[in-house]
Design a protein around this ligand. Structure first.
Ligand code: CA
Length: 226
């Protein structure tokens, strides 16, 4: 079955341009003009990727994202009107995996969707389970437990944790994490890493404000420790 992408955008011209670009890649495109409509649509269609504009009438893109995240770890790409730190960070904190800015460059959008799809599909079936302090990570099942309680992570958060745990105790730079987790072979946006680390901490740390496992090494990056 072909890959289905749900585009949530109220501007019909942009929606049409995006549809042409994505159909060019051989993907099927589903469209919604509002967040409310998209959420209804989502449950009956189960798309592989969601592309959501921040500026929507009624429920905005942040709300749509948070609402989807309550029940789904579908890959979400946020579309922002400009490369504004506030919007980018708020979008990632609402649960988006990645973002693109308007005007949308079709090649960049396709590349980002392909990278997301690769990540979703690449369960690491060869990596051995590992215990790190009170955390148990089981890569081939995509499961993390903290003190025996299962923790729900999105695929991106899970891959980030696995990458850090592959290099236990070693500092990994943002560039390294972007390359390994997001699959970007160009210099990407360190904010993606920073916000995902924050999200990961809220789920795996006992006190996210004073993280014990995922530690920031100033000027260098992040490391995982027991
Ligand atoms: Ca819009």
């Amino acid at each position: 079955m072909s890959i289905r992408i749900l585009t949530i955008e109220d501007d019909q011209r942009i929606r049409t341009a995006v549809r042409f670009a994505l159909e060019d890649e051989g993907w099927s495109v589903l469209e919604a003009e509002t967040g409310e409509h998209a959420l209804e649509y989502f449950n009956s269609t189960v798309p592989d990727v969601v592309l959501v504009d921040i500026g929507l009438p009624g429920m905005d893109g942040f709300e749509v994202c948070r609402s989807l995240r309550r029940s789904s770890d579908v890959p979400i790409i946020m579309v922002t009107a400009r490369d504004d730190t506030h919007d980018v960070v708020a979008g990632l904190e609402a649960g988006a995996d990645d973002y693109v800015t308007k005007p949308i460059a079709p090649k960049e959008l396709s590349a980002r969707i392909r990278a997301l799809l690769r990540r979703v599909r690449s369960e690491d079936t060869t990596a051995a389970p590992r215990s790190i302090g009170d955390l148990d990570i089981i890569p081939d099942e995509g499961i993390v437990r903290k003190s025996d309680n299962e923790i729900h992570l999105t695929k991106t958060e899970f891959h980030l944790l696995c990458e850090l745990s592959d290099h236990l105790g070693k500092v990994l730079s943002r560039e390294h994490l972007l390359e390994q987790v997001w699959g970007y072979d160009y210099f990407g946006d360190g904010r993606l890493v920073d916000v995902h680390v924050r999200r990961l901490r809220t789920k795996i740390e006992t006190d996210p404000a004073h993280p014990r496992h995922v530690v920031t090494v100033r000027g260098m990056g992040y490391k995982l420790q027991a």
